[in-house]
Design a protein around this ligand. Sequence first.
Ligand SMILES: Nc1ncnc2c1ncn2[C@@H]1O[C@H](COP(=O)(O)OP(=O)(O)OP(=O)(O)O)[C@@H](O)[C@H]1O
Ligand SMILES: Nc1ncnc2c1ncn2[C@@H]1O[C@H](COP(=O)(O)OP(=O)(O)OP(=O)(O)O)[C@@H](O)[C@H]1O
Lengths: 218, 218
Amino acid sequence: KQTFAVIGLGRFGLSVCQSLIEEEQEVLAIDNDEELVTSYKDLVTQAVIADAQDEDAMRDLDLGNFDHVVIALGQNIQASVLATLIVKELGAKHIVAKAETTMHGRALEKIGADSIVFPERDMGQRVAHRLISHNILNYLALSDTYTLAEIRVANDKFNGKTLAELNFHDQFGLMLVAIARNNDVQVSPPATAIIQEGDTLSVIGKTVDVDRLDEATS
Amino acid sequence: KQTFAVIGLGRFGLSVCQSLIEEEQEVLAIDNDEELVTSYKDLVTQAVIADAQDEDAMRDLDLGNFDHVVIALGQNIQASVLATLIVKELGAKHIVAKAETTMHGRALEKIGADSIVFPERDMGQRVAHRLISHNILNYLALSDTYTLAEIRVANDKFNGKTLAELNFHDQFGLMLVAIARNNDVQVSPPATAIIQEGDTLSVIGKTVDVDRLDEATS
Ligand SMILES: Nc1ncnc2c1ncn2[C@@H]1O[C@H](COP(=O)(O)OP(=O)(O)OP(=O)(O)O)[C@@H](O)[C@H]1O
Ligand SMILES: Nc1ncnc2c1ncn2[C@@H]1O[C@H](COP(=O)(O)OP(=O)(O)OP(=O)(O)O)[C@@H](O)[C@H]1O
């Protein structure tokens, strides 16, 4: 079993704790706000009031021996940077740190954070992308040029036609990996599969081809 | 061309504005903090100082005629709920609202927000999931039982073997849709494709089978 320490019980830190506990992991939560620690001490394995910038307090908590330490300090960039430095010097094996800005992220990387997350920035990009591109519900960028995307079919141009009739692969240059209709998913759909308005198509291919399909299904 | 209004220039709201502007869209940004509006007025098409809870101010800004209104008010739940109500009554076609908690999200849904996002909560879940499951880099939940995932191969058990030799599809019950090695992606890999340590596999199938592959590649 792995061990986890989470510093900072803001919205992000709390969500990490809750998700880890739901998967029956052991979690040490640390925050300098007494009220927060008291209200969440029954949620986690152990909750401690401490200042993440206090090197002795962090050493006493034996943070160097945890498998993962998550530093979820956002608005207070100084505390985030100092806490990352302290935990790194204590020898923690894997550090995940939340960053506010690109500069903050670069500082954390230099200090030795293994993975940096930007919750608000990433979600802002996703929301903007979804608003501009008509029907892309979700996407994973596999590389600079390839994308996996879930696209909703929002018009009836495709209605009732099979993949063979649509000549889907040649027309769009994309691999259709699944068709979802309500909560039902058909993986690796055959050429006889029929597409309907309201379906969600999971496709993979060049980003420019994904955008072309997005236009065609709007 | 679509029109966008973003209320609240916190980390999330600002990221939405920046991403929309990068895609050459027109953005009206609204915040009640004068300093923030002044510092970002050159970033967006138009920036206005206003209180989102002031119905007359929101009407004067003609928010009912924008294609998308994003309500990026987090900590101040009352302002978020009231602003959503006002914008909905002004007739906005599509409202995206940021929520802090599940209860906050439910209130926004009842009032008429078309789409609700939880930036910190979602990222917290993703980070926790990634820490627990050894090598799942990213995933899209297609339904309750099907997942699309990017899994890194972290051991040499697969090294130099072809998909046919591994009997990949029958052994794992998953469809392998792409193999990524460095920035190079091979979509719809043939049975002769070879897997190496360090590759990233994009697979689709039942979530329980994805977790089995994750264990096998650790
Ligand atoms: N030096 C510190 N030591 C321990 N805990 C701290 C320290 N500084 C801040 N915190 C705690 O960390 C938590 C998150 O802080 P902060 O407000 O900086 O992040 P945030 O980015 O607003 O969080 P989120 O967006 O996830 O809600 C708060 O609960 C705060 O009490
Ligand atoms: N009534 C209001 N009218 C207009 N702007 C507001 C109002 N209340 C708050 N804001 C602005 O909205 C922005 C975001 O507010 P808030 O602090 O509630 O969100 P947040 O969840 O911390 O943001 P984020 O996590 O995205 O940084 C701030 O810039 C604040 O000035």
